[in-house]
Design a protein around this ligand. Structure first.
Ligand SMILES: [Zn+2]
Length: 503
């Protein structure tokens, strides 16, 4: 809310400026350090022509231009390749950035990925988190020195799941006809072979290339989608392009294997709590529930924000069939004649029970007051939510406090962390932050936009995760270039890259 979007920010950012931003980002070079050391010589003893960091730069450029083919075509332009060598030289302090005169080819990119990058996908994904946090800090995001505020979006990572459509819709049983040239006429014709079992001449068919690792997933709205599922964690400011990916993970979602979307997210969050002390708490959809909140609150002192899942949802109408509500505690007011007040939980928030004339009762809103966090001797946290409560006569009031963690006095089976939210829907902080989760859905759109025909760029789960790392490096670099130095100084979109920062 510090600065409003200006129309000038809406204009596009060119390919070359994006490439410059990638080359000016120290993370581009540091990715290479996350991998085990490469032999100085390649197979056959030839010295390696290109350094490993260049693979990550090309991976990001493939995201900028939507394909590896197009990325290497850009690099084949002598002016562009000169730019790469110049920027790398400036950053690394070695002549020409240690790059030869010849730009790399697509086959180099694929071979380097096969031999060196893909076997280390896990290390690369971990590096994406650490480097992503740095890229965020560079933009003044996740800043632990800012005052702790529930509604500070720059300190609230947004998490979302995403299924990327496979590169091909072919299945393992699909085949294609093999063609050959007729030697006499020169015409293309189907190749015929003898069927061993029948002795007949038949058209030769071969299996079509497919992605054997794709799976089918159910989306929140009950649709079934096929592809590879990933989770991403991003953090943004209010301004266009001020954004960083700080976590990426693969969701296999095998039954009983603890690799569901929630499992993967909780693992990422565990690492992020350690890497980014500035986090106030993540913003998620209903994939995370009470048990997860309880952990994040207790272990990291986070105050997460997420809508309350309906107990049951009618998939046809999307309507809640059963409310999550029940009595929580009764409060009495000294000197009040109107009797004690019963407080209920209802869809994550506290409400008071008021009897109406016809001897019916209704739940009435209470004003959400604040969140209190206490750190105890063991180093864990207790998170409480406070509401203002008025008595039935209206002349008395007090602030009531409820724990968001399970208490020994709670009835068996009562999921307190799910039902008593620190930042419930309709609280001030929820309203200030949650609507921006659509920005995280916007990130999802952006991922598709950087894929050719909105399909995956590669076969297999690991390679697609690496493609996402390229997308993250692209987005983070641009954010860093435009909003670097803690968000106070803004670099011109069309001006030269802020080279001083790369030194
Ligand atoms: Zn009263």
């Amino acid at each position: 809310m510090s600065e409003r979007r200006r129309p000038s920010e809406e204009k596009g950012v060119g390919t070359l400026q994006r490439l410059r931003a990638v080359l000016a980002n120290p993370s581009t070079y540091e990715y290479a350090e996350s991998l085990p050391a490469h032999d100085a010589a390649g197979p056959g003893g030839r010295p390696r022509l290109y350094p490993t960091w260049l693979w990550f730069a090309v991976c990001a450029l493939a995201d900028i231009t939507t394909s590896v083919r197009s990325a290497v075509a850009h690099l084949a332009d002598p002016d562009v390749w000169d730019l790469v060598r110049r920027e790398a030289a400036r950053h690394l302090g070695v002549p020409d950035g240690g790059l030869p005169e010849q730009p790399p080819s697509r086959s180099w990119y694929l071979a380097e990925r096969r031999r060196h990058i893909q076997p280390n996908t896990e290390a690369v994904a971990r590096a994406a988190m650490r480097l992503g946090v740095n890229d965020a800090l560079d933009q003044g995001l996740l800043d632990p020195e800012k005052p702790w505020r529930l509604d500070d979006r720059t300190r609230r990572p947004m998490a979302d799941g995403k299924v990327i459509s496979p590169i091909t819709s072919a299945s393992s049983t699909d085949t294609r006809t093999v063609y050959e040239r007729d030697p006499s006429s020169g015409l293309r014709r189907p190749k015929m072979v003898v069927d061993e079992s029948t002795g007949e001449l038949v058209v030769l068919r071969r299996p079509v290339r497919h992605d054997p690792e794709v799976k089918s997933y159910h989306t929140g709205d009950g649709r079934q989608v096929v592809g590879h599922k990933f989770v991403q964690v991003t953090v943004s400011g209010d301004q266009t392009n001020r954004r960083a990916f700080i976590g990426l993970g693969s969701v296999l979602g095998d039954k009983g294997e603890a690799n569901s979307e929630a499992d993967v997210l909780m693992e990422l969050f565990g690492d992020l709590a350690h890497l980014a002390p500035g986090i106030v708490g993540p913003v998620t959809d209903t994939v995370l529930r009470g048990a997860h909140f309880e952990l994040m609150q207790r272990l990291y002192g986070w105050v997460p924000i997420a809508p309350v899942a309906a107990k049951k949802l009618d998939h046809k109408t999307g309507r809640r069939l059963e409310e999550k509500e029940g009595p929580l505690e009764t409060y009495s007011f000294e000197g009040c004649e109107a009797g004690p007040v019963e407080v209920w939980y209802h869809r994550g928030r506290l409400r008071k029970l008021v009897w109406t004339d016809g001897s019916g009762a209704e739940l009435v809103d209470m004003a959400w007051h604040k969140v209190r966090r206490n750190r105890n001797a063991k180093g864990t946290w207790n998170v409480y939510v406070e509401y203002a409560l008025e008595c039935h006569c209206g002349a008395h009031s007090k602030v009531v406090r409820q724990s968001t963690h399970r208490r020994s006095s709670d009835p068996a089976g009562f999921n307190r962390a799910e039902n008593v939210r620190a930042v419930p829907p309709c609280s001030r902080a929820y309203d200030a932050v949650y609507p921006f989760r659509s920005a995280s859905e916007g990130d999802n759109r952006a991922i598709d936009d950087h894929l050719w025909l909105r399909r995956a760029r590669s076969y297999g789960r690991d390679r697609q995760l690496l493609d996402l790392v390229g997308h993250a490096l692209h987005v983070n670099s641009l954010g860093r270039q435009l909003w670097g130095t803690k968000g106070t100084r803004r670099h011109e979109l069309d001006g030269p890259a802020p080279l001083a920062r790369a030194a």
